[in-house]
Design a protein around this ligand. Sequence first.
Ligand code: ADP
Ligand code: MG
Ligand code: ZN
Length: 481
Amino acid sequence: MSRDVTLPAGWSYVIGLEVHVQLLTRTKAFCGCSTDFGAAPNAHTCPVCLALPGALPVLNREAVELAVRAALAIGATVHETSVFARKNYFYPDLPKGYQISQFDRPLATGGAIDLPDGPRIGITRLHMEEDAGKSVHDKYAGATAIDLNRAGVPLAEIVSEPDLRTPADAGAYLRALKQVLEYTGVSDCSMEEGSLRVDANVSVRREGETGFRTKTEIKNMNSFSGVERAIEAEARRQVALYEAGGAVEPQTMLWDAARGEVRPARAKEGSHDYRYFPEPDLPPLVVTAADRARIAAALPELPAARRARFVREWGVAGRDAEVLCADRLVADYFEAVARAGGNGKAAANWVTGEVLAHLNATGTAIAAYPVTPQRLADLIALAGAGTVSASAGKQVLARMLDSGDAPAAIAEREGLVQVQDDSQLVRWIDEVLAEHPAEAARFLGGERKLQGVLVGFVMKKSKGSADPRKLNQLLGARAGG
Ligand code: ADP
Ligand code: MG
Ligand code: ZN
């Protein structure tokens, strides 16, 4: 898996990411239109989001709550007063001719994302803005159609400091940020539906250089791995330019996933090009200290804290905690299993192993997983007590997927209960020793390494039903006595 993404000797990456996430509101940022995905084109529009004359924007309180929640969750400072501004440009899917955004007075500044076992990445700012519509290019009609359902959908833009130093760290940052936004219910972060979009700013420099060189901005990536690949391709292009004696131009680049290439889209605009000015139709946004305190108090436990707690309280390995906490609902499920059975390590093994394997193989969400945490805890207890072997336990779990029966009942019915009864085990041992006199003599004479062979014979005789742990105890006692 691990590709070599190191740059030619002596060069290093500088990366900063701009992430747009759709805030999970029912209605748009400045009007009452629905934000539901997948409606007929232009079904969710009104005079405000169509920019008809005289229509006035009214800020959606729900969007503000979510943006503040996101800002607090990444440790940013939410400002008492922030200001909406008009960012002016022409685009066919932007009916007003400007986008309402925040410019010199954003909602929040500062904060950080800690990469798991990695560096701390600073957050520059988080501001609110509205989305544009969508241009749909129809190559058969030879025309472009406009769908304004997205126009006015509320977004938060989260800008990182240029603190990222490898494409892999950029991927880790995106995963960590996505987890926080999902945990807090700020966004569903679906890249397929366009509710999370990433622009990557990339420059390169010689190792040891302290300043930054000219950056370019890459757009159009539709997966986190695409972001990593695009950054690498762009950095290599820049290194090649420098090594040939050229210079990097500030440009906006487009990622072409099919070709694995970036190509220039346009010269990079500066903020002055947008003729920002304060939006006259909206008053400054005021978030009081009381609002901030209320929203902070309602934040759920965040992924980093939860990972640390799983390690501390449940004895889960760090790597497993990371896997479990990647999805809040999986973490909830794990914790319910651990609570029901009391054995965190075993619960982590089963959930990261059998349960996630099943979900991945079948494309099922944990919410639809048919085995309740209590039932899985019961199975874990059966396996822990040796009533079923580890491999029989997996068979029992497979049956539990389509039967609501208790694992003990299934194990019984399927003949998967291990024989732990001493008298039966001793009978089998005696038979095996009688059937294999040569091995028996050597074993009883002190050749302990034959124990495994004899256990194998008994397992075969019992058709796999003997409890190997007890067998080993009983045989060991024979040899010792
Ligand atoms: P712009 O005005 O061009 O959008 P900003 O200074 O606002 O530039 O930065 C935008 C993004 O670019 C931020 O994520 C920032 O961390 C990143 N960035 C800034 N300078 C560099 C650089 N030299 N190399 C890589 N990324 C950079
Ligand atoms: Mg930018
Ligand atoms: Zn509308």
